[in-house]
Ligand binder design. Structure first.
Ligand SMILES: [Zn+2]
Length: 356
């Protein structure tokens, strides 16, 4: 029996589970944030204890806003990947040691007594950019959202559905090879995009450049200052002081990001690629070199380069900064129950373990 979402509930709950903190958001029927709560993720306490704390945060959020559990359509939770999206069980997560093989979806649904949908944090952010951010004008409902954070995550929306892949690991663009002779990655490969375009990759790259002949005294000083050695400070050195070596840090990042995006465009012929995450705020510093590399390495992009970047055009590929900022993951998580309730845009659940 199909029920409209009005009958099932006006509110949704989004949870953005991170390696250091967890946010719980209560959303209304038009996805306005009604209330939210942030708490540290006590990783070492284990997943069962943390699920208890999540449920413990949901009850007062509802009570304080005069909402009963029956008014809630569902919970969406975005978690670091990889995740088995069909079973709702976590994989081996570098940022959540000891949480391997934990049935996060079912444990939370049971603790909160509310139906729960699990998604990767990168896919959750992609869903938010698709529905409310830089992707909402895309007529084909097709896009890649590359998130440059501590690591590099990505979400693929293909024809109005999140592409989960065969085993739920689709969209690991952060581990696309952009230099086969490059830096060793935690994943066992080398020269992964994540090693150059993430916050950590950027810091490693800055350290390398600071030591080289190109390194300025100001960059070397910044690298030595543990507390203020951040992507933001390197960006400020490049922008405010026009430090040549700090600019090179971002140009190098743009080059490798451009190779990664070129491979995405060559493979998928995408109408829009959205670049988000904390590091993406340095857009003016890396975008020129990124666009140059995309043109150099993507034959498809060369044929569909737009004449301008202001208005989307049919049959042209746009590469644009994300619009939603760091709250995209929480909003996307809160959207999951609503999307699942609307059949035409349901997240991909067509692959079941029985069929595989
Ligand atoms: Zn890798």
């Amino acid at each position: 029996v199909q029920r409209s979402m009005n009958e099932k509930g006006q509110f949704t709950i989004g949870i953005d589970l991170g390696g250091t903190s967890t946010r719980v958001g209560l959303y209304g029927s038009t996805m306005q944030l009604v209330d939210s709560y942030r708490m540290p993720t006590r990783v070492s306490a284990g997943p069962s204890a943390c699920v208890g704390e999540m449920a413990g945060a949901i009850f007062p959020l509802l009570r304080n806003n005069g909402i009963v559990a029956g008014d809630v359509l569902g919970i969406g939770i975005g978690s670091p990947g990889p995740i088995n999206l069909h079973t709702g069980v976590l994989g081996v997560l570098p940022n959540l040691p000891g949480w391997e093989n934990f049935p996060l979806r079912d444990a939370l649904a049971e603790a909160a007594e509310i139906p729960t949908i699990l998604e990767s944090d990168a896919n959750a952010a992609a869903i938010a950019e698709w529905k409310f951010g830089a992707g909402q004008e895309s007529v084909l409902d097709t896009m890649a959202v590359v998130t440059l954070g501590t690591g590099v995550g990505s979400g693929l929306i293909l024809g109005g559905r999140v592409w989960h892949g065969m085993s739920g690991m689709g969209g690991e663009v952060g581990h696309a090879t952009v230099d086969p002779n490059g830096v060793l990655c935690n994943c066992g490969s080398r020269g992964c995009l994540e090693m150059y375009a993430s916050a950590n990759g950027l810091l490693r790259s800055a350290t390398e450049i600071a030591k080289s002949a190109e390194g300025s005294a100001a960059l070397r000083k910044l690298v030595a200052e543990e507390d203020s050695f951040t992507p933001q400070e390197i960006a400020s050195l490049a922008e405010r002081e026009d430090d040549r070596s700090a600019r090179i840090v971002f140009e190098r990042m743009g080059f490798y990001l451009g190779i990664g995006i070129a491979n995405l465009i060559n493979t998928l012929d995408l109408p829009i690629v959205i670049v988000g995450g904390g590091v993406a705020s340095a857009w003016p510093l890396f975008a020129p070199e990124m666009f140059r590399a995309v043109r150099e390495f993507s034959v498809v992009y060369r044929m569909v380069t737009p004449s301008q970047n202001e208005t989307l055009e049919w049959n042209r590929t746009f590469i644009r900064p994300a619009l939603l900022g760091p709250s995209a993951g929480l909003l996307g998580a809160g959207l999951l129950p609503r999307l699942a309730a609307i059949e035409s845009t349901s997240v991909d659940t067509s692959l079941t373990p029985e069929m595989a």
